[in-house]
Write a protein that binds this ligand. Structure first.
Ligand code: FAD
Length: 483
């Protein structure tokens, strides 16, 4: 690892063409962070991302920024972009490294790691939060919880806010306050040509629109400012558990119940073989998890009672839980290095045929290492107009995320096939669109259907042409520049 001077911020003139590797010292000289090359100590650790199936060898990794205090040095973003552009080397931008498709790294290319940009500032009066582009969800929750505030984020605390919030951000506050993208007030962005801009509703509004769902296609985000929302110190939350022979019954009940629940309640159903520490046996279960983003616990309990009346659970654990505990409750299920392949789709309703598919496929899981979640959408998510952000399919009522999180490479084919099989079975009921952050790496034969509608894709393509015509940012669900 080469430590570089804190003052150098511009790339020195380097004659070209040359083998890219001979230019790495120039890259190191140009940035305020560090460059790690194959053979350097730490390279093998630093090249790893969350998905253990992504086993690639970047040629170099440039990193910069640090937590606060002390204040982080300026990130080395423009010089690394200039270097990638000049050498033609593929570039990956890495935030939290949790992307399931492995977009936080690139074989034989340069990883620009902004994971050090983890500072979080809370303005308790304005109820806004500004987080570095490499902060984790846990960093943000830790900073906001003491003020009784929360930003709508995802459900696993080690996930990076950069990737999560640029793609969407589905979690326990989706129905009460929308996706993460719906709560972005502004972003500091370094564009492909090294220009730093601020994007908000007032400044660079088209870029601001594209960033909120376009998944990292348009620049390197060094900070994001979010709207935060008051939450009680303890959130009324829990799980109603149903055994395998109750899946159909419970899903029909859920379908009826979820047609009319207040926005304060966000529900995520998980079908999986529970880990031993959950003490729920070795058969697959359906866990109806929920969180109530409000003060009135009696009102929350009455709503949950209505589901109990429709389908009495076989077991349950329901209680007020500190927000930080709830936000990290399933962290242990998804350790770093898990092998993973994911697919997703949206639905407008839970048809009887779809319920049959979900129940049958859920019962097939006699192993630990795959699962699938059914997110209840609507509420604040559904009130955002379709054209207000680039995130697709605002009229989706439910979103299915089929995921794997296994350890043994010998299970790759079997678990991947399960994810694909359920996705295929659910496809006839799909409402369209894809959530980029719930997509795994596709081989060409399995290419996923479109993420965005034709109109939205055309608008995103026009934006790509304007800000990244040469497609420097291509390790993502890539949006082609319009011709
Ligand atoms: P990275 O691999 O670092 O990056 C992902 C993509 O975003 C890459 O294309 C990268 O180039 C780009 N990117 C990252 N940071 C920046 C930046 N600062 N500027 C520009 N581009 C950037 N999603 C949800 O919505 N809700 C959940 O509850 C949820 N839970 C998850 C749990 C686990 C265990 C995992 C593995 C994923 C989960 N996800 C969830 C999906 C998650 O949103 C995506 O994996 C997301 O891509 C992770 O972002 P990252 O910054 O950690 O990833």
């Amino acid at each position: 690892m080469t430590e570089t001077p804190a003052t150098a911020t511009t790339a020195p003139a380097v004659p070209w063409p040359q083998p890219a590797s001979s230019l790495y010292p120039a890259l190191a000289d140009a940035i305020t962070g560090t460059v790690t090359l194959p053979g350097d100590s730490g390279y093998d650790t630093q090249r790893q991302v969350w998905n253990g199936m992504v086993d690639v060898q970047p040629a170099a990794r440039g990193a910069g920024g640090g937590g606060a205090p002390p204040p982080p040095p300026p990130p080395p973003v423009p010089p690394v972009l200039a270097f990638a552009h000049r050498t033609g080397q593929p570039l990956a931008v890495r935030g939290g490294g949790h992307n399931v498709a492995g977009n936080g790294t690139v074989d034989g290319g340069i990883v620009l790691d902004v994971g050090g940009l983890r500072s979080v500032e809370v303005d308790r009066i304005a109820q806004t939060v500004t987080a570095g582009g490499g902060a984790t969800l846990g960093d943000i929750d830790l900073a906001t919880a003491p003020f009784g505030l929360a930003v709508p984020l995802g459900v696993v605390s080690g996930t990076g806010v950069g990737g999560l919030a640029l793609g969407g951000g589905v979690g326990w506050l989706t129905r009460s306050h929308g996706l993460s993208v719906d709560n972005i007030l502004g972003a500091d962005v370094v564009l492909a040509d090294g220009t730093a801009v601020h994007a908000s509703a007032e400044e660079e509004p088209e870029l601001f629109w594209g960033l909120r769902g376009g998944g990292g296609n348009f620049g390197v985000v060094t900070s994001l400012t979010f709207q935060a929302w008051p939450l009680p110190a303890e959130v009324y939350s829990g799980n109603l558990i149903y055994k395998a022979d109750r899946f159909e019954n419970a899903l029909h009940a859920f379908s009826a119940w979820s047609a009319d629940v207040p926005d304060e309640l966000t529900t995520i159903i998980s079908f999986l073989v529970p880990p031993p520490e959950w003490e729920q046996g070795e058969d697959p279960i359906m866990a109806v998890g929920f969180a109530w983003a409000g003060e009135d616990e009696e009102a929350a309990a009455a709503v949950v009672d209505r589901l109990r009346d429709l389908a009495a659970p076989d077991a349950e654990l329901v209680q007020p839980v500190p927000w930080l505990d709830w936000q990290s409750a399933v962290d242990d299920l998804f350790p770093h290095g898990s092998r993973a392949y994911w697919k997703n789709t949206s639905f407008n309703s839970l048809d009887a045929g779809l319920i049959d598919v979900l129940a049958r496929r859920a019962r097939e899981q006699s192993w630990r290492g795959t699962g699938f979640d059914l997110h209840h959408m609507g509420g604040a998510f559904g009130r955002v107009p379709e054209d207000a952000t680039s995130f697709p399919v605002r009229d989706a009522r439910y979103w299915l995320n089929i995921y794997g999180f296994w350890n043994d490479a010998a299970d790759d084919a079997h678990h991947t096939a399960f994810v694909r099989g359920l996705s295929r079975d659910a496809e006839p009921f799909a409402g369209g669109g894809q959530y980029v952050n719930f997509m795994g790496a596709e081989d060409p034969a399995q290419a996923a259907p479109g993420v965005y509608s034709g109109e939205k894709l055309a608008r995103l393509s026009a934006l790509k042409s304007a800000v990244d015509p040469e497609n420097l940012f291509r390790r993502n669900h890539n949006i082609a520049a319009s011709t």
